[in-house]
Design a protein. Structure first.
Ligand code: GLO
Ligand code: MG
Length: 344
């Protein structure tokens, strides 16, 4: 049976155009507007940072957090939208300047863990068992400032606290090799899955692949997907694109390298990603130049490209490809792929 894909994005994917060198270029829209847009544009679920779900979470009591989160859940139910995951945003607070779980300050590490446990409470209310961990500041600017081996131990300790706090929750690590850090401690899927093995319940520690992050690590996103699927550990996906080894661009899916996008879709099709309820998420941003009236186009276009590439993957002549492979005629296999993508 062919997979019927389900799609999602996060509120941060309708961004306002700011970059390190200039202010916003579009006026902010409120959450309700984003929620309406999601359904209208053919999406099924929303990803949440803990403070997307409950703004200013650090300043609120436990009771207040739960109350607001329940209100959000009701709103989602009314719109027929699921929450795909919740992710602790551990990179904004003054208490995570030196990292969260791997900070050199014990008090700040404690804050990071406590906040992660609150995030699990939110996941409960929002009816998802998936916690996404983009380990934004777990790395170094300066090699001598931290100890990599100790950092791995600290990460494992933090993951263990989360795993034992809730026996059902699954942790999905989203690796990224750099930005905002010079070097991250969990730069690739291999690192994420290796660290999973050190935790008290490795079965509940998997990963999330973002195409741009794999490219930034000098890796092929399709191979990263294949690797994670071999271990049955790919629990979420951030498809997008990236033009080489520069700042994280979060371009629309297929925007830079259509063939790489095709190969990512082909692997998803071959390995059955999505057959157990996993979502295809687009972690894409509008260009800074985008006018407010074209604000959702990057999400529309990414989904459109994805679905067109699903068709391309399903109509690829595998028999002919196998023949060329058996004959070691990779030259013509190359051309066959090019012509298939170019169409008639
Ligand atoms: C940044 C990441 C970021 C995460 C998100 C979910 O480079 O891709 O957008 O995916 O915060 O945790
Ligand atoms: Mg991402």
């Amino acid at each position: 049976m062919p997979t019927t894909y389900k799609f999602c994005f996060g509120p941060w994917n309708i961004s306002e155009g700011q970059d390190p060198y200039g202010p916003t270029t579009r006026p902010a829209q409120n959450f309700d507007w984003k929620l309406k847009a999601l359904k209208k544009h053919g999406y099924d679920a929303m990803m949440f940072h803990d403070d997307d779900a409950v703004p200013d979470i650090d300043g609120k009591s436990d009771a207040q957090i739960r109350k607001e989160c329940k209100e959000l859940k009701k709103k989602l139910d009314d719109h027929g939208i699921a929450a795909e995951m919740v992710a602790p945003r551990l990179w904004f607070s003054p208490r995570t300047i030196d990292g969260a779980y791997t900070s050199n300050s014990a008090a700040d590490r404690h804050y990071a863990i406590e906040r992660s446990l609150r995030c699990i409470d939110l996941a409960h209310i929002l009816d998802t068992d998936l916690i996404v961990l983009w380990l934004a500041r777990e790395g170094t600017y300066l090699r001598e400032a931290k100890n990599a081996s100790r950092s791995v131990d600290l990460l494992v300790q933090a993951f263990d606290k989360m795993l034992s706090y809730d026996k059902k929750i699954r942790l999905s690590i989203e690796p990224k090799p750099n930005e905002p850090m010079d070097h991250a401690y969990v730069p690739t899927i291999g690192h994420a899955l290796a660290i999973a093995q050190l935790t008290i319940d490795s079965k509940r520690v998997g990963c999330l692949i973002e195409s741009a992050h794999a490219i930034l690590a000098g890796l092929d996103p399709a191979d990263e997907i294949d690797f994670a699927m071999t271990f049955k550990k790919l629990w979420s996906l951030h498809l997008n694109d990236q033009n080489g080894m520069k700042f994280d661009q979060d371009k629309p899916f297929g925007s830079t390298n259509l063939r790489s996008a095709f190969n990512q879709v082909r692997v998803l099709e071959r390995t059955g990603y999505g057959k157990h309820g996993e979502y295809v998420c687009f972690d894409v941003h509008p260009f800074r130049t985008t006018r407010p009236e074209h604000w959702l186009n990057h999400l529309d276009n990414s989904r459109k490209t994805f679905l067109k590439l699903v068709k391309k993957a399903r109509t690829f002549n595998d028999k002919a490809a196998q023949k060329l492979i058996a004959d070691r005629n990779y030259q013509d296999l190359d051309q066959m792929v090019i012509e298939h993508l170019l169409g008639k």
